[in-house]
Design a protein around this ligand. Structure first.
Ligand code: CAA
Length: 257
């Protein structure tokens, strides 16, 4: 595995992925996508996985976008292949049955913002900068931004950000719902540890099922989505977690999932 471009650390079912190209502000190139695919192979096969944290190496950038030096000479066909490949990898990350949290520790631009949008939620350090600056390069977002950004922040704000390329700071990202929390950069790692423990304490199958209900439901009409929720809710009663969770409540003890 290309460990140099994606660092994977695991502790108690929590996988921490660090994109490791700090000299290029962790820009996404073929090597990063290939390494991410390899890491996803192992995460998808890991039955004990409880959560994934994704961050960027260094204190300046989460990910400053797709690699512009890589895209500069691309033909339309090559650009299509690059985007298709990245989208497939990003979708695998999004479909993991555990919470995936972006720890945004600096520039989060273009493809970096699109990768953060495929995470279930995001925590930003106070120096983080977000944006979809593609129109300033003569292109549009190609790693899902035109679809996931409006679903996260609403179409009006998404259109503003995508058509102007305006960069926003962490507090504005919090205000528009692009991130869930903002904190001083020095506290981000400690928070990540605390968060990992919290995530690991929830019933894992219930968490995966909730993710499925939410995302699959958002792509359906309301009645179908509610019917999906009902089916998945009922399915929870077929597993061990519901018995343990409710027994623990009645016995006034902490549930062991
Ligand atoms: N691709 C390739 N290299 C990049 C990069 C990127 N997206 N972003 C930064 N780098 C490189 C710089 O070229 C520079 O390399 P050198 O030291 O070899 O010159 C290094 O990272 C450090 O960057 P800067 O010197 O530019 O740092 P800065 O602090 O002055 O500026 C920045 C930081 C504002 C983030 C600036 O680097 C920047 O604007 N980067 C590009 C951001 C961008 O446009 N992202 C969108 C890319 S397009 C995309 O992602 C399409 C898509 O949807 C798939």
């Amino acid at each position: 595995m290309s460990e140099s471009v994606i660092d994977l650390q695991e502790r108690d079912g929590i996988a921490r992925l660090t994109v490791n190209r700090p000299k290029a502000l962790n820009a996404l190139n073929d090597a990063v996508l290939a390494a991410l695919d390899e890491v996803l192979d192992s995460l998808e096969a890991n039955a004990g996985l409880r959560a994934v944290l994704l961050t960027g190496a260094g204190d300046k950038a989460f990910i400053a976008g797709a690699d512009i030096t890589r895209m500069r000479e691309q033909t339309p066909r090559e650009a299509q292949e690059f985007a298709r490949r990245a989208l497939a990898t990003i979708k695998r990350l999004e479909h993991l049955p555990v919470p995936v949290v972006a720890l945004v520790n600096g520039f989060c631009l273009g493809g970096g913002c699109e990768l953060a949008l495929a995470c279930d939620w995001a925590v930003a350090s106070d120096n983080a900068v977000f944006g979809q600056p593609e129109v300033q390069l003569g292109i549009i977002p190609g790693f899902g931004g035109t679809q996931r950004l409006p679903r996260r922040v609403g179409p009006a704000m998404a259109l503003e950000l995508i058509t102007t390329g305006r960069k926003i700071d962490a507090n504005e990202a919090l205000r528009i719902g692009l991130v869930n929390r903002v904190m001083p950069q020095a506290e981000l790692d400690a928070y990540a540890e605390e968060l990992a423990d919290q995530l690991a304490a929830s019933a894992p199958q219930a968490v995966g099922t909730a993710k499925r209900a939410l995302y699959d439901g958002m792509d359906q009409d309301m009645d179908s989505a509610l019917a999906l929720e009902t089916s998945l809710f009922a399915l929870c009663f077929a597993g061990d977690e519901q018995a343990e969770g409710m027994a623990a409540f009645v016995e006034k003890r902490r549930a062991r999932f």
